[in-house]
Every structure is written in structure tokens, then in C-alpha cells.
Design a protein around this ligand. Structure first.
Ligand SMILES: C[S@@+](CC[C@H](N)C(=O)[O-])C[C@H]1O[C@@H](n2cnc3c(N)ncnc32)[C@H](O)[C@@H]1O
Length: 266
């Protein structure tokens, strides 16, 4: 699964490359310490968990994800790096029985927007935190503030072949509204909820062909293309190529994006 941007299969560029600027902002905000025990929610292939483990040399990191493929890849990458203090579990963070009050930090890079019952899920994560524990996560702001989503959607939806947005299913924008998130986190037992506006570009590849390959792999893109007849799908892909070409810079194909960095205490 590779959604814009709820999950992904190994692709031509990869989520780590797409989010390199966001990753730096998150890393600084998390501020892992030498002895920390860190829980990475929806860790994907594990970049943020490995990063935490490298700093918490006298502590540990645990990454969990519902995707078995992602967890397998995360384990491979940690092994290749020789990291002995990071482990990965194939688990649903909403209901997984984490050790109680074990972690100093729960972190997530766009891995917390897909819970069926967010209050129950965050309460479950909160129970895994020590009484002084912190939650630091990055989530997307509203769809219309994210140029990448607007541009991809507009390219695929021409007037003569309107494509409606798929309704239902995982929503990468489910935590976009601060009052809603505040309510969810407070109901889940968190306090001091704070939001920082993050405006960094997403990178879709060094050239248009790579970017097209990557964006075609988004679940929302492939589903929209499947709903068109072959000729209409070819025209839609061509429009997408033109949009990506218009966003080619010296730094590759990039789009503006807006995210929230959300912090809270248990
Ligand atoms: C957008 S990806 C982000 C992956 C990773 N954090 C990163 O930045 O590379 C979202 C991830 O959340 C995972 N996910 C969704 N719901 C989950 C749940 N209930 N428990 C654990 N992981 C979940 C997906 O499988 C996916 O890997």
C-alpha cells in the first residue's frame, strides 16, 4: 500500500526521501536523549526508530506497524546497520498490549492518522508511556493546504472525465484540525497539547519520470486511474506528467506541504 500518504510499498524513491525535510524537523523536536526508551507508532520501514536508537545508545527503540512488509524491511535495515537497540513488531498500535509505563517518548512520522477509534488508540499509547512521557507526532494539515494533494487530484480529474474522491477508507487528513486533535488527545489522557505549523516541501524524485512512478504508486492515484477507461487513464497520466514537470526544480520534483508537529504530555 502506498497512499498519499498513508503507506507505501518499496518504490523508486521511497518515503524517507520524500519526507527528508519533515524528518529533520521531527528529529529536532523529538530530542531523543541517551537513556530514552522510544516507541515509534506506524514506523513503516523504520527510519525514525533507527534514528532514535542511534541517539538513545543506553536506551532502546521499538517500532510498530500493521504492515508486515514494512516491518520486515525495517528489520533488514536495522540489521544492515548493526543496530542492537532497536526492535520492530508487526502490531496494531490501537490495541497492541505494550508494556505499561515503559517508554519516555512515543513518536510518529505520519503514522497516527489511520486509527478507527483514535481516542482508544491514543489511550493505549498513553498507557505505554511513563508518567513523565511525551508524545511527538507529525500529521498532515487539511487537504486543501497541501499542494501535493490538490495538484495530483486536479491532474487526474479533468472536466470531461470527473473523478470523485474516494470516500471512506484511511484518511491521511484525519488529524488536520487542531480542536479535534486536542479533544481526542485530552479524552485519551494527554495534557499540554501544542501545535507547530510545519511548511516544508515533499520530494517526489530527482526527475519527472521517477516522480511519476512514485505518484502513480499512491493508492489514491492508482484507484482513480483504475476507475477510468484506458484512453482516459492515459490522458490523466499525461496531465499528471505535465503537473510534475511544472514542479521540477534544481532540487528535483517538489510540492509545498503543510503539516502539524503535535506535542503532548501524558
Ligand atoms: C504514511 S506511513 C508512515 C510510515 C513511517 N512512519 C514513515 O514515516 O516512513 C503510515 C504508516 O502507518 C501504519 N499504520 C496505519 N495504521 C496503523 C496502526 N493502527 N498501527 C500501526 N501502524 C499503523 C501504516 O502501515 C504505514 O506504514
Amino acid at each position: 500500500m502506498r497512499q498519499a500518504t498513508g503507506g507505501h510499498t518499496p518504490g523508486p524513491i521511497g518515503y524517507d526521501a520524500e519526507l527528508r525535510r519533515h524528518n529533520e524537523v521531527l528529529r529536532r523536536a523529538v530530542g531523543v536523549q541517551l537513556h530514552d526508551h522510544v516507541l515509534d507508532i506506524g514506523c513503516g520501514t523504520g527510519q525514525t526508530a533507527r534514528q532514535a536508537a542511534r541517539t538513545a545508545r543506553a536506551g532502546r527503540a521499538l517500532g510498530v506497524d500493521v504492515s508486515a512488509t514494512a516491518i520486515e524491511r525495517a528489520r533488514e535495515l536495522a540489521r544492515a546497520e548493526g543496530l542492537g537497540n532497536v526492535t520492530f513488531e508487526h502490531a496494531d498500535a490501537q490495541v497492541h498490549r505494550f508494556p505499561q509505563e515503559r517508554f519516555d517518548l512515543a513518536i510518529s512520522r505520519f503514522g497516527t492518522m489511520f486509527f478507527d477509534d483514535p481516542v482508544a488508540a491514543f489511550a493505549n499509547i498513553g498507557r505505554a508511556l511513563r508518567p513523565t512521557g511525551r508524545l511527538v507526532m507529525m500529521v498532515w494539515q487539511a487537504r486543501e493546504r497541501n499542494e501535493w494533494d490538490v495538484a495530483v487530484h486536479q491532474s487526474l480529474a479533468a472536466a470531461e472525465e470527473p473523478v470523485t474522491r474516494a470516500s471512506g477508507g484511511p484518511d491521511p487528513f484525519s488529524l488536520a484540525e487542531p480542536p479535534t486533535v486536542q479533544e481526542i488527545l485530552q479524552a485519551a489522557g494527554f495534557a499540554d497539547v501544542a501545535f507547530t505549523d510545519v511548511q516544508e516541501p515533499v520530494h517526489y524524485g530527482p526527475d519527472v519520470a521517477t516522480a511519476l512512478d512514485w505518484v502513480r504508486g499512491f493508492t489514491c492515484t492508482s484507484e482513480r486511474l483504475k476507475r477510468l477507461d484506458p484512453a482516459a487513464a492515459t490522458r490523466a497520466v499525461e496531465r499528471l506528467r505535465v503537473t510534475l514537470a511544472a514542479h521540477l526544480s534544481d532540487d528535483g520534483v517538489r510540492f509545498d506541504s503543510r503539516a502539524w508537529l503535535i506535542t503532548a504530555h501524558r
